[in-house]
Design a protein around this ligand. Structure first.
Ligand code: ADP
Ligand code: MG
Length: 238
């Protein structure tokens, strides 16, 4: 579904991605872990063209990820950020229905029915009429997930979706993500939740200093990391 080859990204003199090869199969759940500053967010942002790579090539379902295809890519690749970026002046339901109505020209009535279904799925149907400043962080993040799903994406990218949450709210968001993974959604998840990655991911990628240093199935990676860098990282975070 996604194939990136030799992706590089520099900001001025700073080389942030130093040649990343990455493939994601349909239905696969890929966890991306690694120290802060290793380029995880930049990689995700390149995959949906929020950042323009400096070099290399990215294909999404055989379509080149570039300026020409950007609006289609953005519709088909959902993204959830650490900070939720909800529209503050819209209700929860309006947040969810906005893009389908605006971008996909879905009829309001249909978008609202679908929106309510999605809010039910993330456990927030009763909050449909609330404004974002009246719900908790965990609830906001679940709305952000519902909003991304409302565009019926083929892939969901998550960039540390639980890092800004109080500990007691992490579980409810991870639980929604776990259900989504079970439903067969293709997902790339940057996370510090190692237990979650071990349980839910089909494959783990470990990044350090702009490169993929190690890659494998979660049991191997977490129990028997091969590289010294991965060992050192896991000793710090586990
Ligand atoms: P991670 O998500 O793994 O913590 P990032 O991809 O956010 O890493 O950042 C990797 C490096 O790129 C960091 O040194 C960061 O300061 C730098 N960086 C990220 N975005 C920008 C930007 N827009 N301009 C300049 N430097 C950036
Ligand atoms: Mg990051």
């Amino acid at each position: 579904m996604i194939k990136g080859t030799a992706i590089t990204k520099s900001f001025g003199k700073l080389d942030v991605l130093k040649g990343i090869d990455i493939t994601v199969q349909k239905g696969e759940v890929l966890a991306v872990v690694g120290p802060s500053g290793s380029g995880k967010s930049t990689l995700l942002r390149c995959l949906n063209y929020l950042e323009q790579p400096s070099g290399g090539n990215i294909q999404f379902e055989g379509m080149s990820v570039d300026n020409k295809n950007i609006s289609q890519i953005r519709q088909e690749v959902g993204m959830v950020f650490q900070h939720f970026h909800l529209f503050p002046h819209m209700t929860v339901l309006e947040n969810v229905t906005y893009s389908p109505i605006k971008v996909k020209k879905v009829k309001r009535e249909k978008a609202e029915l679908m929106g309510i279904e999605l809010l039910k799925k993330v456990g927030l149907k009763e909050k449909s009429g609330e404004f974002p400043n009246r719900i908790s962080g965990g609830q906001k993040q679940r709305v952000a997930i519902a909003r991304a799903l409302a565009m019926e994406p083929k892939v969901m990218l998550f960039d540390e979706p639980t890092s800004a949450l109080d500990p007691e709210m992490v579980k409810e968001v991870l639980s929604v993500m776990k259900d989504l993974a079970k439903s067969g959604m293709t997902m790339i998840i940057v996370t510090h939740e190692m237990g979650f990655a071990k349980e839910v991911a089909d494959r783990v990628i470990f990044m350090d200093d702009g490169k993929i240093v190690e890659e494998g199935n979660p049991d191997d990676f977490f129990l028997q990391p091969k590289t010294p860098r991965a060992k050192e990282f896991l000793e710090k975070v586990l």
